[in-house]
Design a protein around this ligand. Structure first.
Ligand code: ADP
Ligand code: ADP
Length: 221
C-alpha cells in the first residue's frame, strides 16, 4: 500500500521561485526514504507539501489517503496528527522541560492527562532520555535536543515521520544516534522520509535514496 504519493507536483512561490517541478514519487507504507541534493534543490519544499505547510501549484499530493493540497481547517489538523515532523533547529520551547515539550503536543490534541502520563515514559525511552525528563532544552547537548524533538514528533504515534535535515547541526556521532533512532522507529512501523545533504549519513544509512536537483528528481537507486 502506498503511504505517500506525489503526482506531477509543481510548487512555484509567489516571488516566482520554483520549489519543485513536475515531481512524481511514491513511498510505500513502512519504507525508509532519504532525499538528498544540494541546497535549494527543493527538499524542504517537498516535505512542506507533505505536511501541508505549502500547497502545490499543480499536481496531487496524497498522504495516508488524504489529498493534502485540498485539505482545509479541521481536515488539515487531521493530517498533522498522522505526521510527525523533525527540523534541523529542533524548535523546542525553551521555557518548558523535556517532558513538558513532549507532552504539549498531546495536550494540544486533546489527550487526557492519564494518556499523556502513559505515553511519556516509553517515548523518552526510545530516544534514550529518561534521565533528562526534567531538564530544560538549554541544559542539553545538541544531540539530546534533537532526540527530544524526535520524541515530540512520535509521541502521538503518527504513521508518517518526516525529518528535514535532522542532523544538519550535529557531529557525526550524534548524527549516527539520530539515524539509528529513525531506523528503530521505521522498524516499529513508521514510514520515514528524511532530507539530508550529508553524504556520509547517506552512505552510513544504507537506505534507498532519491536525489533532487533544481526541483526535479535527478536519479533514483
Ligand atoms: P532545499 O531544502 O533543498 O534547500 P528548498 O525547498 O528550501 O530547497 O528551496 C527550493 C527553491 O525554492 C529555492 O530556490 C528556494 O529559494 C525557493 N524557496 C523556498 N522557500 C521559498 C519561499 N518561502 N519563498 C520563495 N522561494 C522559496
Ligand atoms: P555533546 O558531546 O553531545 O555535544 P555536550 O558536551 O554539549 O554534549 O554535553 C555533554 C553533557 O553535558 C550532556 O549530557 C548535557 O546534558 C550536559 N550539558 C551540556 N550543556 C549543559 C548546560 N548548559 N547545563 C547543564 N548540562 C549541560
Amino acid at each position: 500500500p502506498v503511504m505517500v504519493k506525489l503526482q506531477g507536483v509543481t510548487k512555484s512561490y509567489p516571488n516566482g521561485s520554483l520549489g519543485v517541478f513536475d515531481l512524481s514519487l511514491e513511498v510505500k507504507r513502512g519504507d525508509f526514504l532519504l532525499i538528498t541534493g544540494p541546497s535549494g534543490a527543493g527538499k524542504s519544499t517537498l516535505l512542506k507539501l507533505l505536511y501541508g505547510a505549502e500547497r502545490p501549484s499543480s499536481g496531487e499530493v496524497i498522504v495516508d489517503d488524504l489529498n493534502v493540497g485540498k485539505l482545509r481547517g479541521d481536515r488539515l489538523s487531521l493530517l498533522r496528527r498522522r505526521i510527525g515532523v523533525v527540523f534541523q533547529d529542533y524548535k523546542l520551547i525553551p521555557t518548558r522541560t523535556v517532558s513538558e515539550n513532549i507532552a504539549f503536543v498531546l495536550w494540544a490534541q486533546g489527550y487526557t492527562r492519564k494518556e499523556i502520563q502513559r505515553r511519556l515514559p516509553p517515548t523518552l525511552k526510545v530516544v534514550g532520555l529518561q534521565h533528562k525528563a526534567n531538564c530544560f532544552p538549554d541544559e542539553l547537548s545538541g544531540g539530546e535536543q534533537q532526540r527530544v524533538s524526535l520524541a515530540r514528533a512520535i509521541v502521538g504515534t503518527p504513521p508518517v515521520l518526516l525529518a528535514d535535515e535532522p542532523t544538519g547541526n550535529l557531529d557525526p556521532d550524534n548524527s549516527r544516534q539520530v539515524l539509528n533512532i529513525l531506523k528503530k522507529l521505521n522498524g516499529m512501523g513508521a514510514t520515514v522520509i528524511v532530507t539530508t545533504h550529508d553524504e556520509q549519513l547517506v552512505q552510513m544509512s544504507r537506505q534507498p535514496v532519491v536525489q533532487l536537483r533544481e526541483g526535479r528528481l535527478y536519479r533514483g537507486f
